[in-house]
Design a binder for this molecule. Sequence first.
Ligand code: AMP
Length: 425
Amino acid sequence: MTETITKTTTETKAEVTFASLGFANSILHALNAAGFTKPTPIQEGAIPAGLAGRDVLGIAQTGTGKTAAFALPILQQMAANKLHNRRFATRALILAPTRELAAQIEADFKKFGAGLGLNTVLIVGGVGRTGQVNRMSRGADIVVGTPGRICDLMNTRNLLIDQCQFFVLDEADRMLDLGFMPDIRKVVAALPARRQSAMFSATMPTEISGLAEGLLRDPVRVAIASVSSTPSKIAQHVHFVDAGGKRSLLASLLKDPSFTRAIVFTRTKRGADKVALQLSQEKISAAPMHGNLGQNARQRALDAFKSGEVRVLVATDLAARGIDVTGVSHVVNYELPNEPESYVHRIGRTARNGAEGIAVAFCDATELAYLNQIEKLTGIKMHVAGGTRPAHAQGQKPARHPDLVVRKVKPRRPQYAGAARSRAA
Ligand code: AMP
C-alpha cells in the first residue's frame, strides 16, 4: 500500500533538522556551507523514506528542493557502504530531461558528497562522448545524464547499469512532453530488479502514473501542495513604475522608518549588487546576497541583516527560501519573478511567526504579465499604491525577459527557461 505524505511548500516546521536525520558529518558540513539550515517540505518527506531504503514518488516542482531530497539519501547510503567500482558500471543513475538540469544535479551531488571520495560522471548530449566514455572506464558511483546519450552509451556497453543500486527519474512529466518515454523504458528494462528508485514529477498524467507503477515498489508518496497561498497577514501592494523610476522609488520608500528590516529582491546577481550599491550611495545601509558571493560573504551579509547592522538585504531568489529572519517588516519585489511561485516564496520572508508584514511590488511595462500570473496564482489583487494599472494588462502573455537566454533547439533536445532562471539566482 502506498503511504502518502502531503506537505505545503510555504510552511516548514522547525522540528526536523538535517542533523536529526543522521547524515554523515561531511554531508552536514556541505549542507551548512550551502546555507541549508533546515529541510524543505519535500526533503522532510522524502529523505527519511530514502534513508530507510524505500522507493519515493515525489509530486513536486523544481524550486522545492527536490534535488537534495533524492541526492542526500543516496550519498548517505554510499558513504556508509563504499564499494570498488566495476569498469563502465555505475552504482546510481539519475535521469533528467535537460542538459542544464543534469549538470545542476551533478553539481549538487559533487557539492554534498565532496568529502566522500565518490566518482560522479555527467553524461549528456551536445558534447563529445569520448571524454564521457573515458570517465566511465574507471567505473562510477553516480551517473547523471539525459536519456538520449545515456542510451547511446548503454548501446555501446560504455555504460553498464545491470548492478545499479539507485535510480532516479527527475521531472518525469517533462520527459513525457519531450518524447523521452521510449528511451526511459529502455533504461528501466536494463536496471536490476533489486534497486531503490525515486521518481519526481510536477504533474501526474496517466502515462506517468503508469510508469510509476512499473518503476516503483511500494513507494512513499510525497506531494507538495502547490505554492499558491500567501499568508493573509501580508498586505500586498504594487507600484506601477517605469524601469528607470525604480531606483528613486525604492530610495524614497526606504526613507520611511517603518521599513525597519527589508529584503529587496532582484532577478539577477548583477542587479542585486547594483541596487545594494545604489542604496549605499543614498546612505541606506544595504548588503547584497546572491550565489556569486562566497559562503563567508553570504553569511556575513545575513548576520549583519539579522543583527540590524544592515537594514536592507538585496537578494536574488537564493534568499527566497530557507532564510528565516524574524522581524522582516517589508519585502520589496524590485523586479517581479517570472515564476509566480517565486513571488510567494519571496514574500513569505515577512510575516513570520504570526507577525504582520508588507509586500511591495514594483511593476514596469515589461512585467505586467508576471503580475497577472502572480495575481492569478494567489487569487489576490494587489492594492495599487502608486501609478495606474494599465487597462490592457489583463490577460497579457509573459513577455520574454531580456535576461532569459533562449537558444535554437532541436525537437528532441530542447532547452527550457528553467535553466536560465536557475542561472539568474
Ligand atoms: P531544487 O528544487 O532542488 O532545484 O532546489 C531549488 C533551490 O532551493 C536550489 O537553489 C537549492 O539550492 C535550494 N535549496 C534546496 N534545499 C534547500 C534547503 N533545505 N535550504 C535552503 N535552500 C535549499
